[in-house]
Design a protein around this ligand. Structure first.
Ligand code: IMP
Length: 196
């Protein structure tokens, strides 16, 4: 089955292909000649994933899916949430985002909860019908960065599934098996498999 994944990120494409398996032939909007930036102006991760999937479906008319992820920290009332990618401001890198996060949490005092989760919403549009799937990875925010694997906030996120190290210290395959994005894509894959 052919499906377009609304991403420009080859790494995410490869990860999704591994999760969905060889029965699916994934491609990107760019492969179909659509190279413009896909808008992400929603007020929630779910809205953004829906907006991206609809944008692709409206232009290419093909079965497709999109995802949107964010980090939710309890002591910060769910921030950075939908602002995760640009928490420290436009054009700032992951180090700046993590520095801001550690600073904001330090300001809450030494007894503040470090509990947090990565959250993904994935939206599939198939035969014109919309289906939404959710994936979560629970954990807590470390007091300092550790590890050099992964991307984004991985060096400051300690998953409950492996509470003695950060995600940046875990093998990629293991991370994919417990991650928010992996869980959302496995839910999507389970739905597709149920159609057979
Ligand atoms: P996206 O929706 O997948 O582009 O994710 C938005 C932002 O969330 C990224 O720019 C990262 O900062 C952060 N993020 C998403 N997934 C992960 C992850 O698996 N590890 C660390 N950071 C992530």
């Amino acid at each position: 089955m052919k499906l377009i994944f609304a991403t420009a990120n080859r790494h995410k494409l490869q990860e999704a292909q591994e999760i969905l398996g060889p029965g699916f032939e994934l491609s990107t909007p760019a492969d179909a000649g659509l190279t413009e930036d896909i808008p992400e102006t929603g007020n929630s991760l779910k809205d953004n994933s829906l907006q991206k999937a609809k944008y692709i479906h409206d232009r290419l008319g093909a079965d497709c899916f999109a995802d949107d992820s964010g980090l939710e920290v309890d002591a910060l009332d769910g921030a950075p949430g939908v602002h995760t990618a640009r928490y420290a401001g436009p054009g700032r890198d992951s180090d700046a985002n993590m520095d801001k996060l550690l600073h904001e949490l330090a300001m809450k005092g030494p007894g503040a909860s470090r509990k947090a989760r990565f959250h993904t919403w994935a939206t599939l549009i198939m035969g014109g019908e919309v289906h939404c799937f959710e994936g979560v990875m629970e954990g807590r925010i470390a007091f300092e960065k550790a590890g050099c694997g992964g991307f984004g906030y991985d060096p400051v996120f300690i998953p409950d599934a492996c509470p003695d190290r950060t995600v940046a210290e875990l093998p990629e395959e293991f991370k994919n098996s417990i991650s928010h994005r992996g869980n959302a894509l496995r839910a999507l894959a389970g739905y597709l498999a149920s159609l057979d």
